[in-house]
Design a protein around this ligand. Structure first.
Ligand SMILES: C[S@@+](CC[C@H](N)C(=O)[O-])C[C@H]1O[C@@H](n2cnc3c(N)ncnc32)[C@H](O)[C@@H]1O
Length: 200
């Protein structure tokens, strides 16, 4: 585990944080991993209730959960990720940083019981299904437009059945796929980052 001083340095800039990852993962950061300033804003919004459990849907190498866990020590952050290689990297960096309120689950979000979580975050997790293979994280999983629709529809239903008061933060994600029971309460980062609260 690293010292507190060094830990602060890692959390001080996006570039420093990315140094925690192996070079091939670091190179994907601009396109695929949440910038630390967005993670900080999302954590601030989602951690409104102390003790809350917050799920990152498609957690990649854990950049959101690890930053959110660092900034909001009173909540627990969980990530679900379909690629086992990314979960392994997230676990490794979590150990290195000694962040104890973040954990990672290997699997597909469609298999998770959403009632175990209070609030949710996602960074356009299904978009990879719509773009050229040069923009894919890797070729370890299948990609298709029908998968995009399947996942987006599934997530819509899961979010629609959460109780009023559920908070949702989204980054670079389509507003049209958010159930109308969620009210948009703020946007930031050139409207790329959005905060929602379920009202009915
Ligand atoms: C744009 S990345 C965001 C990673 C992370 N949330 C972050 O912000 O740093 C989206 C991630 O979602 C994962 N993903 C996509 N569909 C998924 C699914 N059905 N179940 C679990 N993970 C999924 C991808 O493998 C990818 O790692």
């Amino acid at each position: 585990m690293i010292s507190n001083t060094t830990k602060e340095e890692f959390f001080s800039t996006n570039k420093n944080f990315d140094q925690l990852y192996p070079p091939p993962i670091r190179r994907l950061s601009n396109l695929h991993w949440t910038p630390i300033e967005v993670a900080q804003k999302a954590a601030h919004f989602l951690a409104a209730t102390p003790g809350a459990s917050i799920l990152d849907i498609g957690s990649g190498v854990g950049k959101f959960c690890l930053n959110a866990g660092y900034y909001s020590a009173e909540c627990n952050f969980f990530g679900v990720e379909q690629r086992s290689s990314l979960v392994a990297i997230a676990n490794q960096v979590q150990q290195q940083l000694g962040i104890t309120n973040a954990s990672f689950i290997h699997g597909n979000f469609t298999q998770l019981d959403f009632s175990a979580f209070d609030h949710f975050y996602f960074y356009n997790p299904f978009y990879e299904n719509l773009v050229d293979e040069s923009l894919h994280i890797d070729d370890s999983i299948a990609h298709s437009e029908s998968l995009y629709d399947y996942y987006a529809t599934n997530l819509y239903t899961l979010l629609a059945t959460r109780p009023p008061g559920t908070r949702l933060a989204t980054y670079q994600s389509s507003h049209t796929r958010i159930p109308s029971s969620y009210q948009l309460v703020s946007t930031d980062v050139d409207t790329l980052f959005s905060c929602w609260i379920k009202i009915t």
